[in-house]
Design a protein. Structure first.
Length: 151
């Protein structure tokens, strides 16, 4: 079975905004076991500064049937992340949520994700004589709601 869709999420606070969009495609390898490819685009603004974070993840997930139209699931996305002008790094994103069947082929998916990313960037060392690689670590909790179609 193939699943095609995506999710969207947002977070707002004083002087902070995070909007994300995550198109995805998934394939059920066996009963209840899915492998998904997820592209996440997040625009984050804090104060006057704004950046766009790109992530490409492969996520195996296990779906537990709770009844005929409701499933719980947990997955672990692993891949790469990139911020323009800063660099590229590693992304790890455990995710848990629910799948609610809508009609014969639709699935509504509220989920929570913890995304951990590392971004490496090169900076000039003291006196400009050497280059130092600096690794930035970020983590964020994302609340998303998605919709997919299965066939």
């Amino acid at each position: 079975m193939l699943e095609l869709g995506g999710s969207a999420g947002f977070a707002f606070a004083s002087e902070y905004r995070n909007l994300s969009l995550s198109p995805s495609i998934g394939w059920f390898l066996a009963d209840n076991l899915e492998l998904s490819a997820i592209l996440r685009i997040s625009n984050i603004k804090a104060g006057d500064s704004s950046q766009t974070l790109w992530s490409a993840l492969l996520e195996p997930s296990y779906h537990v049937p709770l009844n005929r139209s409701m499933f719980g699931f947990a997955g672990l996305g692993v891949g790469a992340s990139h911020v323009s002008g800063i660099g590229t790094g590693f992304a790890l994103a455990p995710r848990a949520g629910m799948n609610f069947m809508i009609g014969r082929s639709g699935v509504l998916t509220p989920a929570i994700t913890y995304q951990y990313t590392t971004i490496g960037s090169d900076m000039d060392g003291a006196g400009g004589t050497s280059t130092v690689t600096v690794v930035s670590l970020t983590s964020a909790v994302l609340f998303n709601i998605g919709y997919t179609a299965m066939w």
